[in-house]
Design a protein around this ligand. Structure first.
Ligand SMILES: *Cc1c(COP(=O)(O)O)cnc(C)c1O
Length: 234
């Protein structure tokens, strides 16, 4: 089977499985295309993914600057402040905002309403990035002073599965539930600058649990394209 056919089948299988698990809710599928080619990404778009996610500005510029994808392009990787200008031009949303400094800079640099998500670090010591859960609410309250930035959702990157144990599953599901609770609590405030439509969580190893828990958007790389060839591209 060609890679194009593989991608088409995998996207169809994921969609079918979402349909079985989501209980009638709509769940968006983001194809995470880091370390994959533009051609592969376009096959995924043709197969019906809703969004494209990239995690490095440099790579995303090379792939998409000349002509952006036919679906929204999101930045899901840690954004360095010296790349903000390029990121605002290229991306439809920055989903990995996790500091006052970054949000202020985004707000000052943008000249139009600009969508972001806040990255939240739920119970993971290994992740370097993300706001602590208890910091999210005060953070959003303060963001009311901003002019252009609109907080469209929360995102979390949970530690990858490595044991396949029952305890591990329980721990990941508990963190997902904490995210759902936090998201609902913040949404219920009805902040006009933070509509919080999206809860982005779940990757190749755990997206089914995320859909069951209530995610509105899942981010799948390996599960669509196969393993990333890190070595060959440095
Ligand atoms: C790479 C990446 C993903 C996708 O990971 P897979 O395990 O390949 O599905 C999702 N979210 C973020 C933030 C990533 O960097």
């Amino acid at each position: 089977m060609s890679q194009e056919q593989v991608i088409r089948e995998r996207v169809a299988e994921i969609r079918q499985r979402i349909h079985e698990l989501a209980d009638g809710r709509r769940v968006k599928l983001m194809a995470v295309t880091k370390f994959h080619t533009r051609e592969e990404a376009e096959w995924a778009i043709a197969a019906g993914v809703d969004l494209i996610g990239e995690n490095r500005v440099q790579e995303a510029l090379q792939k998409w600057k000349a002509s952006p994808p036919a679906v929204p392009l999101h930045d899901i990787g840690h954004l360095q402040t010296n790349k903000v200008k390029y990121a605002i031009e290229l991306f439809d949303s920055i989903d990995s905002v996790d500091s006052d400094r970054l949000v202020d800079l985004l707000d000052r640099t943008a000249s139009r309403p600009f969508n972001v998500m806040l990255e939240v670090n739920v119970g993971s010591e290994e992740s370097k990035y993300g706001l602590a859960p208890e910091a999210v609410r005060p953070y959003i309250e303060l963001a009311g002073r901003l002019h252009h930035v609109r907080i469209r959702g929360l995102m979390t990157v949970l530690p990858a599965r490595r044991e396949n144990s029952v305890e591990e599953e329980r721990r990941i599901r508990r963190h997902m539930q904490e995210m759902v609770d936090l998201w609902r609590m913040c949404r219920s405030e009805g902040w006009s600058w933070a509509p919080l439509e999206e809860l982005s969580m779940g990757m190749s190893g755990d997206w089914e649990w995320a859909v069951e828990a209530g995610a509105t958007l899942i981010r799948v790389g390996t599960g669509i394209f196969g393993p990333r060839a890190y070595a060959s591209r440095g």
